[in-house]
Write a protein that binds this ligand. Structure first.
Ligand SMILES: NC(=O)c1ccc[n+]([C@@H]2O[C@H](COP(=O)([O-])OP(=O)(O)OC[C@H]3O[C@@H](n4cnc5c(N)ncnc54)[C@H](O)[C@@H]3O)[C@@H](O)[C@H]2O)c1
Length: 248
């Protein structure tokens, strides 16, 4: 899975799964733009990744929910690097609560960042990808977008939406040699899941055939595969990286 000299963009790349994805793509030879909401934080991550991998890592302040920032961010990458080969839509948030108590604000915030943000990044990245007749788009969904989860109506709806968007984009862009796939992580050890109590984690493990929570690197390696030439004939798919929680 050689990604030598490919140009990649990872959204929400300052920490967690996004940071692991950026590291994995750079380790395999790509130059990576790492985008996140707080410039200072993403600059620190970029510095670290550049030292670790020796590749060029570009920090970008880009809030995926703001279309102007997305357009401008992607333009900056293309102006600097001449192209954009790989887009990883990883930025995402949770605002959990049972349906009856879920506020309109929490619904809107999650749908706007997780689903509309993914749409806006795909739309802006597609322009250079169409021109170069090459692209790899990988959207980070979630297994709760496939199976639902009590307390996550907004989040599971946004991730199910990402899966529908993935399939439609795959159909629209296939003729231009652009593949679009989704990864559905299960429970991965990051700040997002840090808040779960030990009891919840123990109960979760009972539902995972492999018996453990996943690491960000487990997701990152699957992204590297879908971004590689080895995955050229795969599009419109949802790959669960979840220790076997969802099988279909
Ligand atoms: N951790 C899990 O178990 C798990 C499971 C399934 C799916 N996911 C998905 O994986 C992705 C990464 O999650 P994580 O666990 O690393 O979470 P995280 O909270 O550790 O990291 C998310 C990153 O996204 C950034 N972000 C938030 N809003 C943004 C915006 N508007 N624009 C740009 N960046 C923004 C955050 O600043 C943060 O750096 C998310 O899409 C999440 O839904 C995570």
């Amino acid at each position: 899975m050689n990604l030598k000299d490919k140009i990649a963009l990872v959204t929400g790349g300052a920490q967690g799964i996004g940071e692991a994805i950026a590291r994995e793509l750079a380790r395999r030879g790509a130059d990576v733009a790492v985008a996140d909401v707080v410039l200072e934080k993403v600059e620190n991550t970029a510095k670290l990744l550049q030292q670790e991998t020796g590749r060029k890592i570009y920090p970008l302040k880009m809030d995926v929910s703001q279309s102007a920032e997305v357009e401008e961010g992607i333009k900056k990458i293309v102006d600097k690097c001449g192209r954009l080969d790989i887009l990883v839509n990883n930025a995402g948030i949770t605002r959990d609560g049972l349906l009856m108590r879920l506020s309109e604000q929490d619904w809107d915030a999650v749908l706007t960042i997780n689903l509309k943000g993914t749409f806006q990044c795909i739309k802006a990245a597609t322009r250079p990808m169409l021109k170069q007749r090459y692209g790899r788009i990988i959207n980070i969904a979630s297994i709760v977008g496939l199976m639902g989860n009590a307390g996550q109506a907004n989040y599971s709806a946004s991730k199910a939406g990402v899966i529908g968007l993935t399939k439609t984009a795959a159909k629209e862009l296939a003729s231009r040699n652009i593949t679009v796939n989704a990864i559905a992580p299960g429970f991965i050890k990051t700040k997002m899941t840090e808040v779960l109590t030990e009891e919840v984690k123990d109960n979760l493990k009972k539902l995972i055939p492999l018996g453990i929570l996943g690491e960000p690197e487990d997701v990152a390696r699957a992204v590297a595969f879908l971004a590689s030439d080895e995955a050229a004939y795969i599009t419109g798919q949802v790959l669960a990286v979840d220790g076997g929680m969802v099988m279909h």
